[in-house]
Design a protein around this ligand. Structure first.
Ligand code: SAM
Length: 218
């Protein structure tokens, strides 16, 4: 998804270097202890948060955790930043960068969760390597996640879901939760679910939402 360029978003990002790390040099590791007030809190990362409804709601509901929104598009980063500032969320940082470099930005085994929500499906076979559940990405997530860390993945795209299950299974990952209709699961599962912008749109159109939680085992 490509958002239309919004000049205000670029300006806002430039005005808030304390909240946004804008296209960092992948050869330089980021010192997260300088960015979060309490680095001992569990760290959770969303890759491709878009406008950021999910991660900003998570940050609001979980002050006991730190969150990083890793987003390629500057306009989306600006939109997340706007919510962060409006809600005074001190436990979220925005990293405007390509997830292909995720392992350069975080210490090994430093995160407890990685969320992949409605990732671009890249349906053409020749674009397989761009899918965020391609094996090279899984390898990097494994480096960044703690040993008991989890990936939580949601999509409306049946093709991407089937591909991701296969890719994770081939990688030797373990599945802790799999649903082919998340919004019609047991009440407590539905109640705990935090919707993303895409999820809201596709579920309203009557599409089932696919979801899984998986880990790399020990
Ligand atoms: N997660 C949001 C939702 O569910 O509403 C947005 C989904 S949108 C289809 C995918 C998002 O992933 C876009 O904002 C895009 O810029 C971002 N994205 C795609 N590839 C990425 C990458 N390699 N690194 C970081 N972000 C990426």
């Amino acid at each position: 998804m490509r958002l239309r360029n919004k000049p205000w978003a670029v300006k806002l990002v430039q005005e808030h270097p304390e909240s946004v790390i804008d296209r960092p040099d992948p050869s330089q590791r980021i010192d997260w202890s300088k960015r979060f007030a309490d680095i001992s809190k569990p760290l959770e990362i969303e890759v491709g948060p878009g406008k950021g409804k999910f991660i900003t709601t998570m940050a609001e509901e979980h002050p006991e955790k730190n969150f990083v929104a890793l987003e390629l598009q500057m306009t989306a980063a600006g939109m997340i930043l706007r919510t962060k500032l409006a809600k005074k969320l001190s436990n979220i940082q925005i990293l405007c960068a390509d997830a292909a470099n995720i392992a350069s930005f975080f210490d090994s085994h430093s995160a407890s969760k990685i969320y992949l929500n409605f990732s671009d499906p890249w349906p053409k076979t020749r674009h397989e390597k761009r899918r965020l559940t391609y094996k090279s990405f899984l390898q990097k997530y494994q480096t960044v996640l703690q040993e008991n860390g989890q990936i939580e993945f949601k999509t409306d795209n049946a093709g991407l879901f089937a591909y991701s299950v296969q890719s994770m299974n081939n990688f030797g990952m373990h599945f802790d939760f799999v649903s082919v209709d998340l919004h019609n699961e047991k009440d407590e599962i539905v109640a705990a679910n935090i919707e993303t912008e895409y999820e809201h749109k596709f579920a309203a159109q009557g599409n089932p939402i696919y979801a899984l939680h998986a880990d790399f085992g020990v």
